[in-house]
Write a protein that binds this ligand. Structure first.
Ligand SMILES: [Zn+2]
Ligand SMILES: [Zn+2]
Ligand SMILES: [Zn+2]
Length: 258
């Protein structure tokens, strides 16, 4: 029997977040809380465990907002700033838990994280506290986290190939411009699917609303949620134009997956 879990959307916004600094468009000034989008991340919760996908520059605010009081592992999709720059803010969990936190990433992603945060990984004793992390490399093989299997799903993000992840009957595919056929085959029989949908206009490294609605139709997950959204999409209006099985993710959205 599959392990039941809860997915908490910590951030549904693109790299700049919404509102975007210096912009006063109708979405950036909207009173609808769903138009407030922190940088993209989800938390997967099961059997008392909390597994985080990506540490955004907003991680501290995201953790405070949901009163996160322990963190068991972090899984990284790729090394762009909007997905890693909050890593230093895991320190309070090290203090509370008195131990290392495992982080999982592909070799190129881990190397970039180690370049961005050399003081975490250089092994030199510091005068003050730094995150205590156990860096674990992933390849394409599935890996177990506390009884739930995480399957890396290769996705194309402009000129790079990065990872989305499938776990149980859910999959989280943030930043992508294309999903190779072999990866599409890894995404059958899903209850919940997250797909990148930056905006309506084409973008070299991101999917669009139109493209991801088509992907949702091809994959036929029971529920598909669009994420990594920029200020071109106001929640209410954009969602009104979508088919019923496709919705916009928003910060604070929680989904139960059996
Ligand atoms: Zn991104
Ligand atoms: Zn704006
Ligand atoms: Zn990216």
């Amino acid at each position: 029997m599959a392990l039941p879990f809860t997915i908490k959307v910590l951030g549904s916004g693109t790299s700049a977040g919404v509102p975007t600094i210096g912009c006063y468009c109708s979405v950036c000034t909207s009173a609808d809380p769903r138009d407030n989008r922190l940088r993209p991340s989800i938390l997967v919760c099961y059997e008392g465990r909390n597994v985080l996908i990506d540490t955004t520059p907003d991680f501290r605010a995201q953790a405070l907002r949901i009163r996160l009081d322990h963190l068991d592992a972090v899984v990284f999709t790729h090394s762009h700033a909007d997905h890693i720059m909050g890593l230093d803010d895991v320190r309070p969990f090290n203090f509370r838990q008195k131990g290392q936190i495992p982080i999982y990433a592909a070799p190129d992603t881990m190397a970039a994280i180690q370049r961005c945060f050399p003081y975490i990984f250089d092994g030199i004793k510091k005068e003050s506290n730094v995150p205590q992390l156990d860096a674990r490399l992933i390849d394409g093989a599935p890996f177990d986290l506390f009884g739930l299997e995480f399957l890396p799903v290769p996705i194309v993000h402009g000129s790079q190939t990065i990872y989305g992840f499938r776990f149980g009957a859910a999959a989280y595919l943030t930043d992508h411009s294309d999903i190779p056929p072999a990866s599409m085959d890894m995404l059958r029989d899903l209850d919940v699917l997250f797909l990148d949908a930056l905006r309506y206009k084409p973008h070299p490294t991101h999917s669009t609303v139109e493209r991801s609605v088509k992907t949702a139709g091809d994959l036929r997950a029971r529920r598909t949620f669009l994420t990594h959204i920029c200020h071109d999409l106001g929640h209410e209006r954009a969602e009104g134009l979508l088919p019923p099985h496709v919705r916009l993710a928003y910060d604070g959205l929680e989904l139960q997956v059996a």
